[in-house]
Write a protein that binds this ligand. Structure first.
Ligand SMILES: Nc1ncnc2c1ncn2[C@@H]1O[C@H](COP(=O)(O)OP(=O)(O)O)[C@@H](O)[C@H]1O
Ligand SMILES: [Mg+2]
Length: 222
């Protein structure tokens, strides 16, 4: 049974992603590489921490009822995880390719986020690149920046970052997409919880605005 990396799929800011085979299974090898500009010890600590977090939260997300790639292997020396290869377009590719049922896509994404938050887990990097559609299921990936034991504030931040990512990547559909996602979210967490988290999102956005306003008045704050 073969175990080998076959081709580099993506070289991101943080990790290299390889397609290959793990004991014969089509897999993704996610390797967090050294960052030469970070002090070596800190760098190693960051990479190990994110690798461990990603492995743990893949499991938490599975327990929450989300579709996630199966985890095949964790190697902390190489700061690498090996997981199931999920074949299909990312949500980003779907939106950019003119996918027709955006309402379903974002509602379903919102339901997934709701399941996660119901278990008090935050994703930490909710973007349309971190969701893959296989068949009629959405798979969530890239949990390295997530956290457990999340509070309301953390969930607000999670959704605030999601909204900001939508505005940056899919400007024309961002606000509709977010509304659909929040409807799916509310179906899972309930109306009152959804309202409380939305209130947080509003609050966090306002804080951001105040900072921007201050920066405008005083371009070089000390
Ligand atoms: N398990 C997987 N199956 C298929 N494709 C994957 C898988 N994991 C990652 N990818 C692809 O690689 C890209 C980057 O992976 P990701 O884990 O999000 O790393 P990054 O931290 O660089 O964003 C994803 O957007 C997706 O296209
Ligand atoms: Mg990603």
């Amino acid at each position: 049974m073969e175990t080998r990396r076959v081709r580099l799929v993506k070289k991101g800011a943080e990790a290299e992603l390889w397609f290959g085979y793990w004991l014969g299974l089509p897999s993704i090898f996610k390797v967090r590489r050294e960052k030469p500009y970070r002090p070596a010890e800190l760098d190693r600590w960051v990479r190990v921490r994110r690798t461990v977090t990603e492995a743990r939260l893949l499991h938490e997300a599975y327990l929450a009822g989300l579709a996630v790639p199966s985890l095949y292997h964790v190697d902390l020396d190489k700061t690498m995880i090996v997981m199931e290869y999920v074949e299909g377009p990312t949500a980003k590719e779907l939106v950019e390719g003119g996918y027709k049922d955006l309402e379903w896509l974002f509602r379903e994404m919102g339901r997934g986020i709701g399941l996660l938050h119901s278990r008090r887990v935050v994703h930490g990097d909710l973007t349309t690149s971190n969701v893959i559609m296989r068949g009629s299921k959405l798979y969530f990936i890239d949990f390295g920046l997530g956290d457990k034991n999340a509070r309301l504030e953390d969930m607000g931040v999670d959704l605030h970052l999601f909204l900001r990512a939508l505005e940056n990547t899919h400007y024309d559909v961002a606000s509709r997409a977010f509304e659909w996602a929040m409807e799916g979210y509310a179906e899972v967490v309930g109306e009152s919880q959804a309202k409380a988290v939305r209130e947080k999102v509003r609050e966090i956005r306002m804080r951001g605005r105040h900072v921007m306003e201050r920066r405008k008045r005083k371009p070089f704050p000390v």
